[in-house]
Design a protein around this ligand. Structure first.
Ligand code: ADP
Ligand code: ZN
Length: 800
């Protein structure tokens, strides 16, 4: 006899292992299916990951699987193996890794239901009527909870936790004629006199081809009511069918088909190398370094075309914020319904439908953000990661995986090439390109022959501030915006918000409104007229008087997009401005609407945060202004220069993509900084060299590997003590070459009423480190039950 090995949905250290369950004969169970099992006194969702021989004699405490939640496995052998790899490298619970791979609708949703246990007609009649059971919520709404709790104690009813998954399939109803069209006269003759509607319906049905389906929706449009159709069904004229319907978010749009462009020689070389590796079933990692607008996407498209031609599948990852409708449309235009798109702008149902198209082999190309790396594609021919340097490819909660690592794992599994593309590769990838671990290929000029890289002007805001008090706009930038207005050209303005926010401060006593739960000041939101905490979501009204000294000298500080928008309205009132930031794009589809409006030239200026820096391709944009280039430059994170360089390059790349030349204005308080100067000249190569020297001197990646350990507790002492204890423990295990930084308090010590401490381990070769860290998690189980949290972040993206 076989037992099923099940990973249960109880993410905790003690339960992070397979449990054995009996398989009732009525159930067909496969590896990779989700099941519902009893665990303790509850029902939970679980994943079947294997089978084992039942021991003899059979232990008496074994429980059976209650039911299966899937008809076929939702995770195949490859993805199950990938989950193991993910667990090993991210220190996450196995069940968290498994859940992460599936669309969110397949996450278990637990429902409490009440069932009658004994046959007490009176009681059953009162609470259950004809139903088999009722939900907890229904009982609560009726005010029955107390009575039912008593009945439960008496053993008359029972409470069950049940697993629900929301992966509903959307269907559409159709009708089909069930008589032969020759029979129509006969049927009509049998009708009562004066039934014109029914005659009409018979005629309509008779005119249909055999087996032709007509949507009920369509029938209604033809003026037949549901009642007419139901009647007809009773008479045996037609049957109803429900057919599965995909929610296609791109359905309404007419997309014009595009064909392959004639590649230039640099593109051709890259395309041939990648396509050949794919044809030879050879796993290799290519780093495609191409300036903005050099035609990287066109190369991807043509590689994918070849992959599809040999009946294989392709995966294309793009950062969430660059996954604009523009981007998705480019793939749909080339490959039509072969493409499934996965991104967070879709509803859960839409995402699930796209996922199923891939699973059932109806679509062979996925275009998606980070989690699309788990797309259930078989027979992969290529995996492409565009803008590979983007930090959003690393998930910042458990499991803390990097899509690039998983892409390489899958590429090896399928013997197919992985392409990393960027205008500004991460130092890690570029260093690997240098060493030949990755194959480096360059596209050095813009693909559109008439487009050139824009000229970049640096404005020293220190001088400017003395002349133009407190304005966000330098004279030069203002002048250039006006110039574009007269020419009917468009401008993009970037406000770099990282490490920057607008807050209110009392001019008299200097008081800044803090969050009651976190050590951070509240941010002003003009749209909702509230003060909000960006960490815990706490919200309160805008104070008119200083809560500290009581004077009415409260003023705004810092520069938010809203404030800049107001400033712009005063400075150039005739300019039409669209604003794009987290506040204006919260609603579904808002992002798309703003971009479409801008593309249709309904505005002269697009003002926004980082999210406008990526992927936009508007030929009428000839000016890009960066209002504050260096707010992120001075953050105490060794990657701050790299990020600033990437951002400036990306945003500059938005200018001059068409035939008209582009111009960029960068406003900065650090005009001498190498990052700013090299960004001015689009000089990635020298930036890479310079930054590598600094990383070498300061012992940072790519010369060292890093791990961040974060310890948090509601009491500061407990967090600090544990941090020091762990630091000791880890230090004693490290080799002399490795470096341990900390413990230090987190950049924001307190978040959501928890205190954070962190340790950073830097190492070159430390084969036992994973084991040491795994042990730390095991040994700290008791502390963890008492509210201590330990998070391990392998190769963290942020150091603060
Ligand atoms: P990237 O992905 O490197 O930013 P894109 O693929 O978006 O570059 O190309 C930039 C522009 O150049 C697009 O408008 C694209 O249609 C055009 N383009 C790309 N390759 C070619 C080519 N070989 N010939 C002409 N135009 C091209
Ligand atoms: Zn807060």
């Amino acid at each position: 006899m076989k037992l099923a090995q099940v990973i249960v949905d109880v993410p905790a250290m003690q339960t992070d292992q397979p449990f054995s369950y009996l398989i009732p004969p009525r159930l067909t169970i496969d590896v990779g299916m989700r099941v519902e099992v009893g665990f303790g006194s509850r029902h939970v969702q679980g994943f079947v990951i294997g089978f084992e021989d039942a021991p003899v004699p059979l232990p008496t405490n074994l429980k059976p699987i209650i039911r299966v939640l899937d008809l076929t496995p939702v995770l195949n052998q490859e993805l199950l193996a990938l989950a193991d790899y993910m667990k090993e490298t991210t220190f996450a619970f196995k069940v968290t890794c498994l859940q992460t791979m599936l669309p969110s609708v397949m996450k278990a949703d637990y429902q409490k239901r009440l069932y009658p246990l004994v046959d007490e007609p009176e009681i059953n009649e009162k609470y259950f009527g004809t139903a088999e059971s009722i939900t907890w919520e229904e009982a609560e709404a009726q005010g029955w909870l107390k009575e039912l709790a008593q009945l439960r104690e008496q053993g008359i009813i029972e409470l069950r936790y049940e697993v629900h998954t929301k992966n509903k399939i959307k269907t559409e109803r159709y009708i089909k004629r069930t008589f032969l069209s020759e029979q129509v006269t006969e049927l009509k003759a049998a009708l009562r006199k004066n039934s014109p509607k029914q005659e009409q319906l018979l005629d309509y049905l008779a005119a249909l081809a055999d087996e032709q389906l007509v949507a009920v929706k369509q029938m209604k449009a033809e003026d037949f009511t549901l009642a007419n159709l139901n009647q007809a069904e009773k008479k045996g004229w037609l049957t109803f069918l429900a057919l599965e319907k995909y929610r296609d978010p791109y359905a309404e749009r007419e997309i014009e088909h595009t064909t392959a462009l004639q590649l230039n020689d640099e593109q051709q070389t890259a395309y041939e190398a990648i396509s050949k590796a794919s044809a030879d079933n050879e796993h290799r990692v290519f780093l495609l370094e191409g300036v903005t607008g050099s035609g990287k996407t066109e190369v991807y498209l043509q590689v994918i075309q070849d992959v599809l031609a040999k009946q294989q599948t392709a995966m294309m990852l793009v950062p969430e914020i660059s996954l604009t409708p523009q981007m998705a449309t480019r793939f749909k235009a080339r490959f039509g319904s072969e493409v499934a798109v996965l991104h967070s702008g879709l509803s859960q149902g839409e995402k699930y439908d796209e996922w199923r198209k891939l699973e059932r082999g109806e679509a062979h190309v996925v275009v998606g953000a980070r989690s699309a790396i788990f797309a259930p594609l078989e027979n992969l021919g290529v995996i492409i990661i565009d803008e590979e340097h983007e930090t959003s490819y690393k998930q910042d909660e458990s499991p803390r995986y990097h899509a690039r690592d998983l892409a390489i794992w899958r590429g090896k599994y399928h013997n197919c090439p992985v392409v990393l593309g960027s205008a500004t590769p991460s130092l890690e990838s570029r260093a690997r390109g240098q060493k030949g671990v990755y194959q480096l290929m360059k596209l050095t000029r813009r693909a559109n022959r008439n487009a050139t890289l824009p000229t970049v002007e640096i404005v020293d805001m220190r001088e400017e501030m003395q002349r133009r008090l407190n304005s966000s706009f330098s004279e030069s930038l203002e002048e250039k915006i006006r110039d574009r207005l007269t020419k009917g050209e468009q401008s993009v303005l970037l406000l770099n918000r990282r490490g920057y926010s607008s807050f209110v401060m009392c001019r008299d006593c200097g008081f800044v409104l803090p969050c009651p739960n976190c050590d951070i000041s509240l941010t002003l939101h003009m749209d909702t007229k509230t003060m909000r905490c960006h960490y815990c979501g706490h919200e309160e009204g805008i104070p008119h008087r200083c809560p500290n000294c009581g004077k009415d000298k409260i003023r705004y500080f810092g520069t938010g997009t809203e404030k800049v928008q107001e400033e712009l309205a005063q400075l150039i009132p005739e300019a039409r401005v669209l604003r794009m930031d987290v506040d204006t794009t919260r609603r579904k589809g808002a992002h798309e609407k703003i971009l479409t409006a801008f593309g249709e030239r309904e505005a002269d200026i697009l003002l926004g945060t980082q999210m406008i820096a990526k992927g936009l391709d508007f030929e009428n944009v000839t000016l890009v202004g960066v209002l504050n280039a260096d707010t992120a430059l001075n953050l105490p994170d060794f990657r701050s220069s790299e990020r600033t360089f990437q951002l400036l390059t990306q945003v500059s790349g938005r200018a001059g993509r068409g035939d008209k030349a582009g111009e960029v204005v960068i406003q900065t308080f650090n005009p001498e900084h190498y990052t700013i100067k090299l960004a001015q000249h689009h000089d990635y190569e020298n930036f890479f060299q310079k930054e590598m020297r600094i990383r070498h001197q300061t012992d940072y990646p790519p010369y060292y590997y890093t791990v961040k350990v974060t310890i948090s507790h509601q009491e500061e002492m407990r967090a600090a003590q544990k941090a020091f204890q762990l630091a000791e423990q880890i230090r004693s295990q490290l080799s002399a070459q490795s470096i341990l930084l900390g413990p230090t308090p987190g950049a924001i010590l307190r978040v959501k009423n928890r205190y954070y401490y962190q340790l950073i381990i830097k190492y070159k070769h430390e084969p036992h480190l994973p084991k040491t860290l795994e042990d730390i998690l095991q040994v700290s189980q008791k502390d963890q039950r008492q509210g201590l949290l330990i998070a391990i972040d392998n190769e963290p993206m942020y150091f603060i």
